[in-house]
Design a protein around this ligand. Structure first.
Ligand code: PHE
Length: 497
């Protein structure tokens, strides 16, 4: 077997003390390499050749996270609240007292939770406890733990495992890092090699035009390449995964012949809802679901549109519909709000181009009063689109959506009947993923009550899909919030799209 120069160099180094187990730094020292990649790579080749034995041992080190470092300076939250409780009078030991003492709202909830689990109770609004010493002891133990780690990171074995478990359950207090250390030792066969067999050989590492012009390459020795050799992962910049996904969706729709449209976040209730024949009494129009604006409180809408919507909503106008049979409020239609869906963009596009056939899409941010949880955010994105042309029809809509999802990598798509006030028929779109059908959005053919006031006579296929839902599939996340936390480590590990 012919060894490369790196392997020869490493062997020469190990032979300078053939009985020793060598660690990384010792090998770097003697070989004068600056990059540990050489040690790992050459060490692996030597181990494969039976000349060196590699022993790996892993350890887990615990250090303070960002919250932990704050706690080391200012004290743990429970400790600060406990100190305050002990110093204050009976009458001050209330939630209100806690705020007056300068604790922030975001601290009060978790802080009281921590104290409750230590034995402090809230009785008729006041904090009370029985075993003062036990509470003080627990808190002191926690504080000492943090102080110890503030001096230096510690091996997990040397720490109280209950406390490690406790702090692991709290956000940002500690971090646990696994590390592997290796030692390299010569095997019997390795020790028998004579150093003078280990002179550097002349090897060609790069094939250049000059080399190929001559004849010398014919008997040259070429440096073998090991494509599996460990190498550092380049820490370059990359687009945020969400941005990358948006770009990909964009290119899929462009390639399917669609053009892109945009619109403003601030809209009138009229264009966001009345144009879509959403009744003015619809529950989704209330403050609980929609962000209405104080500024601008009113967004003016062309009087002709208001008149048309009023007729359609009140009695159906010329659409053949009976309307909602309720008086239409033009002031309500001019309330300013943050758009709740991007359907407002496609609707306005039709109103501006009623006689031009079009296939357009848009990817935009929308706003709804949602409580944040694993699958909901108050700001999210929709992938919206329409086909507006004389022969638009339901099969065309379904095959368009199927094509889109297939191009995104989800070939199994099904639709189910659904209801939206503005489409008939209405369908829900689902994709099959890991054994489950997941709902990704709504679609349908706009009702005459919607299209007639816009001035068009053609059918319109329309859809609005959730972008974050799709992102969760593509990036394999089970919590939507992970997408927007500025955790560079996690973001850098998300797949490149
Ligand atoms: N606007 C609907 C939503 O926000 C989706 C939709 C768009 C449904 C177009 C039908 C037609 O969920």
């Amino acid at each position: 077997m012919t060894l490369g120069n790196n392997e020869r160099r490493m062997l020469r180094a190990l032979l300078s003390n053939p009985e020793a187990g060598w660690n990384l730094n010792e090998i770097l020292d003697v070989t004068e390499w600056t990059d540990q990649v050489h040690v790992a790579g050459s060490g692996q080749v030597l181990s494969d050749a039976g000349l060196v034995q590699i022993v790996e041992s892993s350890s887990r080190k615990v250090s303070l996270g960002s919250e932990g470092r704050n706690a080391a300076l200012d004290g743990l939250l429970e400790s600060r609240i406990w100190n305050w409780l002990q110093e204050s009078d009976d009458s001050e030991r209330t939630m209100q007292g806690l705020f007056s003492a300068g604790f922030e709202r975001h601290e009060a909830g978790p802080g009281v939770g921590l104290l409750k689990s230590l034995g402090v109770n809230v009785e008729s609004g006041s904090f009370v406890w029985s075993d003062e010493n036990a509470i003080t002891n627990s808190i002191n133990q926690r504080s000492e733990f943090i102080q110890v780690l503030s001096d230096s990171a510690m091996d997990i074995g040397g720490l109280d495992s209950e406390l490690v478990k406790h702090f692991q359950g709290r956000k940002g207090l500690i971090e646990i890092e696994e590390s592997t250390t290796r030692t390299w030792t010569l095997t019997k066969a390795g020790k028998e090699i004579k150093p003078d067999e280990l002179k550097d050989v002349q090897q060609i590492g790069e094939i250049t035009p000059e080399l190929l012009q001559g004849e010398s390459w014919r008997d040259a020795e070429f440096k073998p390449f090991d494509v599996n050799a460990p190498a550092p992962i380049p820490a370059g910049g990359r687009p945020h995964p969400m941005q990358a996904l948006i770009e990909r969706i964009r290119s899929v729709f462009l390639e399917m012949g669609f053009s892109e449209i945009e619109g403003d976040y601030v809209q009138s209730a009229g264009w966001n809802m009345d144009a879509l024949f959403i009744p003015q009494s619809h529950p989704a129009r209330t403050m609980q679901d929609t962000f209405y604006l104080n500024n601008p409180e009113k967004v003016e809408v062309a009087p002709e549109m208001l008149d048309l919507w009023a007729k359609v909503h009140e009695y159906g106008h010329d659409t053949g519909s009976k309307g909602w049979g309720v008086k239409f409020d033009k002031e309500e239609a001019q309330k300013g709000l943050l758009r709740t869906h991007t359907t407002v963009n496609t609707i306005r596009h039709i109103a501006e181009n009623p006689h031009v056939p079009s296939r357009v899409f848009g990817i935009g941010r929308v706003f709804r009063q949602e409580t944040i949880d694993r699958t909901h955010l108050p700001e999210f994105h929709q992938i919206e689109g329409i086909i507006h042309e004389p022969d638009a029809n339901l099969p065309m809509l379904i095959s368009t959506l199927k094509t889109f999802y297939a191009k995104m990598g989800y070939p199994d798509v099904r639709v189910r009947p659904a209801y939206f006030p503005y489409t008939e028929p209405s369908v829900e779109v689902e994709v099959y993923w890991r054994g489950e059908w997941l709902e990704l959005g709504g679609s349908g053919i706009f009702r005459p009550e919607v299209t007639e006031p816009l001035g068009t006579e053609w059918p319109v296929c329309a859809w609005g899909m959730g972008l974050e839902r799709l992102a969760m599939l593509v990036l394999g996340l089970d919590d939507i919030r992970e997408l927007y936390q500025p955790d560079l480590e996690r973001l850098s590990k998300m797949p490149i799209l």
